[in-house]
Design a protein around this ligand. Structure first.
Ligand code: IPD
Ligand code: CA
Ligand code: CA
Length: 258
């Protein structure tokens, strides 16, 4: 099987597991002393993804949010969020996704973001464009913040990072943006930038599994990604800014940490 077929099979298998748990209900628990939720759904979906990948490519490495912690230095690396949008999932909001990125020598080759509740597939392959289901997608054409709809996220912080996010939102509103949304699933937020629904997105902390697939979607759809201070995002915990490219510098002006 080709990596794209493996990624799709793994995402569909995980998506079926998530749908079952979503319908039947699952006990949520918090990760150590935080508001970050996890459940058997997250863990079992990641196990299913890992077994599909390992069956196809026994020598590849996996970095997943829950259980797989191979090094980002690995030559062939799959970066997996088995359930992105856990808080939505826990509260019965059907807006969550499986996110799978495949990296070779640190470079994104393939990204798949799948919402099992709506059967929306976002797929990108390096040099081959980005797709939403059967349709090629492109970032929006907005040239100015004053015509832009943006997205953001809050990570799980309730302190300085949350306050910095609120301050940046305030500054952006002063630029007469059309609005700013917090949908709660970073991989889908990035897919929405890639498909032109959002002109830009920023968050002060994402993990590699949140953006591994979405980053390639945006680049292949003609957009731009960076950290919130304009650097190339590392495959690590990082701030993240993603836009259609045209408004990137304008967004950075307001989200750069001060
Ligand atoms: C979270 C979601 C959320 C974002 C957080 C992520 P999780 O992922 O993507 O939108 O704001 O920073 O951690 O915990 O639901 O997999
Ligand atoms: Ca996530
Ligand atoms: Ca997750």
């Amino acid at each position: 099987m080709k990596p794209i077929d493996v990624a799709r099979t793994a995402a569909r298998t995980a998506g079926d597991i998530l749908q079952d748990y979503f319908q039947s209900g699952v006990q949520m628990r918090t990760k150590s002393a935080s508001v970050d939720l996890v459940s058997d759904a997250d863990v079992n979906a990641e196990r299913a993804i890992a077994s599909v990948i390992q069956a196809a490519f026994p020598d590849h490495s996996i970095l997943g949010e829950e259980e797989n912690s191979d090094s980002v230095e690995a030559t062939d690396l799959w970066i997996v969020d088995p359930l992105d949008g856990t808080t939505n999932f826990a509260h019965g909001v059907p807006h969550f996704a499986v996110s799978i990125g495949y990296y070779v020598n640190g470079k994104a080759e393939l990204g798949v973001v799948y919402n099992p509740m709506t059967a929306d597939w976002y797929v990108a392959q390096a040099g081959q464009g980005a797709w939403h289901n059967e349709r090629a997608i492109h970032v929006s054409d907005d040239r100015d913040l004053s015509t832009s709809l943006l997205g953001t996220g809050f990570f799980y912080d309730r302190g300085d990072m949350m306050r910095a996010t609120l301050a940046a939102i305030d500054r952006l509103f002063q630029q007469q943006i059309h609005g700013i949304r917090r949908f709660g699933t970073a991989s889908l937020d990035l897919a929405m930038v890639a498909s032109g629904q959002l002109a830009g997105f920023f968050e002060y902390q994402l993990c590699p599994w949140d953006f591994a697939a979405g980053r390639l979607l945006i680049e292949e759809a003609g957009g731009r990604v960076s950290t919130c201070d304009g650097r190339i995002p590392p495959l690590d915990k990082t701030s993240f800014c993603a836009t259609n490219g045209h408004i990137h510098e304008q967004v950075l002006q307001h989200v750069r940490l001060r």
